[in-house]
Design a protein around this ligand. Structure first.
Ligand code: HEM
Length: 535
């Protein structure tokens, strides 16, 4: 929505609004004053000094000084595109209304506009796109009922299952606070003490940890959410995106080659494909599970470190997404877009997944800091439907949420003086019953290793060899205590997995030792000291 920029409408050089020689292309400042000299500061004489009443210059430079906002604390590097989601009107072969009343899914062929942002996680806004890292896959659906954000990743599971661990996890994965260097030792120090991460690490250190680009990458909501139907009945649901371009991942060696020449290959790939009309598409499937504890399973359905076996809980197609338009401005759209797991529409609900519940506070909290109090008024974040709230003011208030006919004096509810009214209830409310003690305890059935083993065995030979070599190399950089604990975890997952990692560590250590002895004999004491420190 750029209406405010073009609000004066099209004009020509003989338009009354323009002085002689001016047109719509005439440079102005933000106050609308024509800028007659954009090359020279105003100075006392040709050789200065400058004067402080130089309003055009001060405005220009002080806006420039504020061009950056804080990066996202995670997922800072990303790329985005616009498109649409088209519903199939069914979930598998059943009418979707049986399970959810969410309007966007109901009718076959119904299109909902979307904005998608893909990202990597740990490093900053201009880091290489070849790094071993989960990839973010976040979708904003601008539905007729307001926005729905599905903030997922490429992999179908996560490192941890409790939100209270997230800040520590991110600190361990990010660079050292003293040296500003990322290290495998910090990563595996945390992971070895968080056995629930063994499954995710098994994906991450295989080629699945380096998707070749964003177009050939899967997506997943990871958590169990809920669908709610018109009778208020709920069912657990997981969302998965499958790229119709196929899936492509990189081995460590392939990624190194790309990184040697291009830090932007994934952003470039997405942008160029859309520019040439080769629009990427993903099909959305769901897995459904009745909403109870499922004591027959060896895991908890709410545990985000676990896959739901697709044999038992088949992937049911519900629609597809097409990305067909690049952003006009990276900052206004991709940088300022703000997704959150709390952003749901009628017919969609949360589950009690403890990671999901912690996320739901974190996103809008960080966005009020990162983008600003009124971030939801920005065109990329505002719903494409009417908004009528009694929220007023705050930094950068861009407009007032007034409904047509609303008494502008009444910024509260309830009122008899022409203010806003509550909406009628849509269907029956989903009202789960809780009756338990308030505790700090982890879930039963943590079963941290069985699925890691199954995932290890499901990899093909090339993927498994890459996984083992990558883990061997990375763990050789870690202290014994960390290395040994990781080997224990992998052994519990699958004895062959553990034995292969142990062997790969030994090989990597031997290689490092021979490299270091070669270097020290040439370069003397300094290099020897560095080698002892593990560099
Ligand atoms: C971004 C927190 C787990 C996917 C972010 C941001 C925060 C955050 C603060 C920056 C948001 C912004 O500045 O706009 C958390 C917390 C988590 C968690 C506290 C766990 C307790 C996850 C999980 C996933 C995920 C499990 C995947 C399912 C993403 C994505 C983004 C993101 C895709 C980038 C969104 C964008 O493109 O703007 N997260 N996160 N996060 N997170 Fe999480």
């Amino acid at each position: 929505n750029n209406d405010h920029n073009n609000g004066l409408g099209a004009g020509s050089s003989d338009d009354q609004r323009f002085s002689e020689g001016e047109s719509e292309l005439t440079l102005t400042n933000r106050q609308g004053h024509p800028v007659t000299d954009n090359q020279n500061l105003r100075t006392v004489g040709r050789r200065g000094p400058t004067t402080l009443e130089n309003y055009d210059f001060l405005e220009k430079i002080s806006h420039f000084d504020r061009e950056r906002i804080p990066e996202r604390v995670v997922h800072a590097r990303g790329a985005g595109a616009h498109g649409y989601f088209e519903a199939y009107g069914k979930v598998g072969n059943e009418p979707v209304a049986k399970y959810t009343r969410a309007k966007l899914f109901q009718e076959a062929g119904k299109r909902t506009p979307v904005f998608v942002r893909f990202s990597s996680v740990i490093h900053g806004g201009h880091s290489p796109e070849t790094l071993r890292d989960p990839r973010g896959f976040a979708i904003k659906f601008y539905t007729e009922d307001g926005n729905w954000d599905l903030v997922g990743n490429n992999l179908k599971i996560f490192f941890i299952r409790d939100a209270i661990k997230f800040p520590d996890m991110v600190h361990a994965f990010k660079p050292d606070p003293v040296t500003n260097i990322q290290s495998n030792e910090r990563f595996f120090d945390f992971v070895s003490n968080s056995p629930e991460a063994t499954h995710m690490v098994t994906f991450l250190f295989s080629p699945w940890g380096i998707p070749a680009n964003y177009r050939q990458m899967q997506g997943s909501g990871v958590h169990a959410y809920k669908w709610v139907n018109a009778d208020g009945q709920a069912i657990l649901v997981k969302y998965h995106w499958e790229p119709l371009q196929g899936v492509k991942n990189l081995t460590a060696g392939e990624a190194e080659k790309i990184q040697g020449t291009n830090f932007n290959h994934a952003t470039q790939d997405l942008y160029e494909a859309i520019e040439r009309g080769d629009y990427p598409e993903w099909e959305l499937s769901v897995q459904l599970m009745t909403d109870n504890e499922h004591p027959e399973l060896d895991y908890d359905p709410l545990d985000p470190t676990k896959l739901w076996d697709p044999e038992q809980f088949p992937f049911l197609k519900v629609g597809k997404m097409v990305l067909d338009r690049n952003p006009i401005n990276y900052f206004a759209e991709v940088e300022q877009v703000a997704f959150g797991t709390g952003v749901l529409v009628d017919g969609l609900d949360f589950s009690d997944d403890k990671l999901l519940q912690g996320r739901t506070f974190s996103y809008s909290d960080t966005q009020r800091h990162r983008v600003g109090t009124n971030y939801l008024q920005l065109p990329i974040n505002a719903p494409k439907k009417h908004v009528a709230t009694n929220q007023r003011d705050g930094q950068m208030t861009y407009e007032v949420d007034l409904a047509p006919g609303q008494n502008p004096h009444v910024n509260y509810e309830p009122s008899s003086l022409g203010g806003l009214q509550e909406a009628p209830q849509r269907g029956k409310e989903h009202e789960p019953l809780y009756n338990d003690r308030l505790v700090r305890q982890q879930i039963d059935r943590t079963n941290d290793f069985a699925q890691a083993g199954a995932t290890y065995r499901s990899l093909d030979e090339v993927e498994r060899a890459d996984l083992i070599a990558n883990l061997g190399g990375a763990l050789a950089e870690c202290k014994d205590v960390i290395r040994n604990r990781m080997v224990e975890h992998f052994t519990k997952a699958d004895p062959e997995y553990g034995a292969n990692v142990a062997k790969a560590i030994e090989e990597a250590l031997a290689k490092r030792a021979s490299m270091h002895s070669g270097i020290t004999s040439q370069n003397g004491d300094a290099m020897e000291a560095a080698a002892e420190l593990g560099h």
